[in-house]
Design a binder for this molecule. Structure first.
Ligand SMILES: Nc1nc2c(c(=O)[nH]1)N[C@H]1C(S)=C(S)[C@@H](COP(=O)(O)O)O[C@H]1N2
Ligand SMILES: [Mo]
Length: 325
């Protein structure tokens, strides 16, 4: 009798353990850390929120269009419910590979540019921003949880907003949007989101640059940004179909000059030889981890490779290639 009971009990225990393991295996909990402006942190279980299935696709910097496909997951706004998120805030989304994209309050609400199937800009705004947990498209079946922009008509939006493997979302003070005009063999515009994407992308041939310098008062200023040559590469005719931001080495060897203009018209000049692949002359968008203040920013030319202090252009507004061969 006693033995039978023992046997039953152990059988029961085995069953309980097996079934929880089974359930655990099939419902891997996907959580994201959400941090409020004061630094308070919480883990949000994405599977516990109501979920939506909708279409969306994206356009890469190269122009390649991916999708649209159907994605399933909770609304980003539902993930943020319970934390204070107001128009004077932005949301810094960080992936497990270090990629970072700061979405403005408006962008979190779906106000991003949409494109038609030929990649031409159409209108601003999509119905829903989700943190997708899965897709029906086997080709896109990686990188979840992923920020996706969707709607009933399956809109196309910029790929740099589609952060993969979201690990952390932090409420930060609002970031000002800005643009730098680029003129060379072609014309282009660098905006804040594209710059951040370029600076934090872990797999590109244009590594971001970090540099510490000592301020007049002895304090350390850590600047972060992207080499001047990377922005030059957007208008030097060197882009290849398979990759963006390809620097045109031949053109640089033939020789031209690069002018970096401030908002007020102040200008510094460089030779193509000086800037070619040179990460020691770079455009900084962060100082000590925060956007530059208004006197310097949004972007300032810095680095140990600058020929003089006079070449450190603040409030960069325009980069122009002249005396092209
Ligand atoms: N975690 C992470 N997410 C990311 C990126 C990245 O490098 N890391 N690149 C972004 C950019 S610039 C684009 S165009 C798309 C590319 O998506 P794909 O890798 O699925 O083609 O993902 C975006 N999300
Ligand atoms: Mo991209």
């Amino acid at each position: 009798m006693k033995r039978q009971r023992k046997l039953l009990l152990s059988l029961f225990l085995v069953l309980v353990i097996a079934s929880t393991a089974w359930a655990g295996f099939f419902s891997k909990k996907v959580t994201v850390e959400v941090i409020d402006l004061q630094g308070g942190s919480r883990q949000v279980d994405l599977g516990s929120l109501p979920s939506l299935s909708q279409g969306g696709g994206f356009k890469k910097t190269t122009g390649t269009i991916v999708g649209p496909s159907t994605f399933t997951g909770p609304r980003l706004l539902d993930v943020l419910s319970g934390v204070d998120f107001e128009p004077e805030h932005a949301l810094e989304v960080t992936a497990s590979d270090g990629y970072t994209m700061t979405l403005s309050y408006e962008q979190v609400h779906g106000n991003v540019m949409t494109y038609d199937r030929d990649g031409q800009a159409m209108k601003i705004g999509v119905p829903d921003v989700l943190i997708a947990l899965k897709t029906s498209d086997s080709k896109l079946n990686e990188g979840f949880p992923r920020i996706v922009f969707t709607g009933p008509d399956a809109p196309l939006t910029d790929g740099h907003f589609w952060v993969k493997e979201v690990a952390k979302m932090q409420v930060v003070p609002a970031v000002a949007q800005w643009e730098i005009n680029l003129e060379g063999l072609e014309k282009a515009v660098m905006d804040r989101s594209t710059f951040e994407s370029t600076a934090t992308c872990p797999v590109t041939p244009h590594p971001s640059r970090k540099w510490e310098s000592e301020a007049k008062d002895g304090s350390i200023e850590a600047y972060e940004g992207v080499g001047l040559w990377v922005l030059v590469s957007m208008v030097d005719g060197g882009d290849s179909p398979e990759g963006h931001y390809r620097f045109n080495r031949e053109l640089a060897e033939a020789g031209y000059k690069v002018q970096v203009f401030a908002k007020d018209g102040y200008v510094a000049e460089f030779s193509s030889e000086e800037i070619a692949y040179n990460n020691d002359i770079f455009l900084a968008y962060l100082k000590n981890g925060k956007p530059l203040d208004e006197d310097d920013g949004p972007v300032k030319l810095v680095g140990p490779g600058l020929p003089s202090k006079k070449h450190s252009v603040k409030q960069v507004a325009l980069i122009r290639l002249i005396e092209l061969p």
